[in-house]
Design a protein around this ligand. Structure first.
Ligand code: TMP
Length: 221
């Protein structure tokens, strides 16, 4: 490498999680901007969704009645396409991939919320997220997961004044308590990957905490 040439930077994969109403969207945009200002290419995406096929599956998952296994299979099918078509190529280019929800949402919503078998979800996770090019045992996971943690009651109040709810947003507060418990379990299993943010603070305070979670990793000045 010629002197003065910056080191090539590897891709970064950051996911954002939380119950509906936790208020992650504006902070994801803010973080994208902060990375761009530092010269990083950013791929902003979401789950379920992110590719034409996965967006079609999203419409089904968010609107059609189905059992928990069908829901889990559809979100993992969408994830497979998303990983292959968008996330892996973006990481290979060295992009910062900011993903609004990923597999923790499946463990929280289908596992915690719907009570679906967590072991089966783990098997699907291993199948869907394997990246053979990185080694036979390599399972793609976010480098960092920012969890916007908000009491289910507060989220319900926020959602009450929002647009017409989708299938999940229309769930009772007990459902979201179980979803939060699902996120907590995932954090306990992978504490180094998670940054838990108190989303019940002011927007500015939450933003500062999001920034800190990324700065502490050395990824933003
Ligand atoms: P959102 O993009 O507005 O957060 O909506 C996505 C919804 O889909 C949200 O209610 C959570 C739900 N969901 C699942 O149930 N399982 C999943 O694996 C993912 C990614 C999302």
């Amino acid at each position: 490498m010629t002197p003065g040439t910056p080191e090539p930077q590897g891709g970064l994969f950051i996911s954002f999680e939380g119950i509906d109403g936790a208020g992650k969207s504006t902070h994801i945009e803010g973080l994208a901007q902060a990375f761009r200002v530092q010269g990083r290419a950013v791929t902003l995406t979401r789950e379920p969704g992110g590719t034409p096929l996965a967006e079609k599956l999203r419409t089904l998952v968010l609107n059609d009645a189905m059992d928990a296994m069908t829901e889990a299979l559809l979100v993992f099918a969408a994830r497979r396409d998303h990983l292959q078509q968008l996330i892996e190529p973006a990481l290979a280019r060295g992009d910062v991939v900011l993903c609004d929800r990923f597999t923790d949402a499946t463990f929280a919503y289908q596992g915690g919320g719907r009570g679906f078998d967590l072991q089966l979800l783990s098997i699907l996770e291993q199948w869907v997220q394997v990246v053979p090019a990185q080694g036979a045992d390599f399972i793609r996971q976010p480098d960092l997961t920012v969890w916007f943690d908000l009491p289910a009651e507060t989220a319900a109040q926020r959602l009450a004044s929002a647009r017409a709810p989708d299938k999940f947003e229309a769930q009772p507060v007990e459902f979201f308590r179980r979803v939060s418990e699902g996120y907590l379990q995932r954090m306990i299993e992978s504490p180094a990957r998670f940054a838990r943010i108190n989303a019940d603070n002011s927007r500015e305070c939450v933003w500062q905490d999001v920034l800190k979670a990324v700065q502490i990793k050395g990824w933003l000045a």
